[in-house]
Design a protein around this ligand. Structure first.
Ligand code: HEM
Length: 260
């Protein structure tokens, strides 16, 4: 345990506050991320038109990768590293004292582990392994992605104006799209067509929705926004509505793609 003189602020205190601010920033990002993804649910938008528009707008930003690293990568890394330290130090007493806030404390730690594994897997899969590639065909920028074939793919590709070409594997095709948004929509849809991925992403999403809004509640306590017992109690249902809204947005993207 570090001790600090009255005029000194301990580094543990500063880290705790930085971790908290980064957590809040990630909540804002998660809301935007899930609003965008919910547009991919084919039954909500016109063949995912909203998703395609939002992705194309993002992809057209200058220095996108630098912006992504600074605005998402760095805050996430700081929150994750300090979060793992806190999670390893945590002492749960939920077995002996089954109070609501004790259960929430333990769930915040459990969801930390699910998120650590989930976020690493999600980034490796969607940012690196399955990310559409930009290629030049007849002097035009095109986005290419390899997809598993299913019955609905051909009519959807036709409506989107995406060309499907044979690949080396019989159950796969190469999609060539005139925009990154369309290729990403098809990549996302192909991922969630797999029951295994649909279930894994459902667990990941529910963990993220709970962690974000239970975390938002503790964030408000950390920064002294809700100090009285009454205000803390009143804020619980508000945060639970936040959990439900995030869960709905994410589930719409996953299961909308799975069923349609
Ligand atoms: C979608 C990604 C994430 C979001 C939106 C998020 C958000 C938050 C928020 C808002 C808090 C509350 C901060 C406070 O009490 O002041 C929090 C707390 C916490 N987060 Fe995250 N977080 C995410 C990912 C992670 C990951 C990957 C870990 C990995 C270990 C983690 C570990 C923790 C821990 C241990 C706490 C509790 C800190 C405490 O009570 O002292 N978080 N998170």
């Amino acid at each position: 345990m570090e001790s600090a003189s009255p005029l000194q602020i301990s580094s543990a205190f500063i880290w705790r506050r930085v971790h908290s601010l980064m957590g809040f920033w990630l909540v804002l990002y998660l809301i935007l991320h899930l609003i965008t993804n919910s547009q991919a649910a084919l039954w909500m938008g016109n063949d995912g038109a909203g998703f395609v528009r939002m992705v194309n707008a993002l992809e057209s930003l200058p220095y996108l990768h630098v912006v992504e690293v600074i605005l998402i990568g760095v805050p996430l890394a700081i929150h994750l590293v300090w979060g793992i330290k806190r999670t390893l130090e945590a002492r749960s007493n939920v077995v002996s004292l089954k109070y609501e806030r004790n259960i929430a404390y333990s769930l915040q730690r459990l969801t930390s582990w699910i998120l650590t594994v989930g976020i690493i897997g999600h980034v490796v899969q969607m940012r690196f392994l399955e990310m559409p590639k930009q290629v030049e065909v007849n002097g035009q920028e095109q986005s290419m992605v390899i997809l598993n074939v299913d019955d609905g793919l051909y009519p959807l590709a036709l409506r989107l104006g995406v060309t499907l070409q044979d690949s080396e594997k019989p159950n796969q095709v190469v999609a060539v799209a005139d925009s990154p948004g369309k290729a990403m929509l098809l990549m996302l849809r192909a991922t969630f067509k797999s029951p295994l991925y649909a279930v894994l992403y459902t667990i990941f999403l529910l963990a993220a929705a709970f962690h974000a809004f239970n975390g938002f509640w503790t964030f408000l306590v950390t920064w002294g926004v809700i100090l009285s017992y009454r205000s803390q109690k009143a804020m619980i249902p508000v945060c639970m509505i936040g959990v439900a809204v995030l869960a709905f947005l994410g589930l719409a993207a996953i299961w909308g793609s799975y069923w349609k």
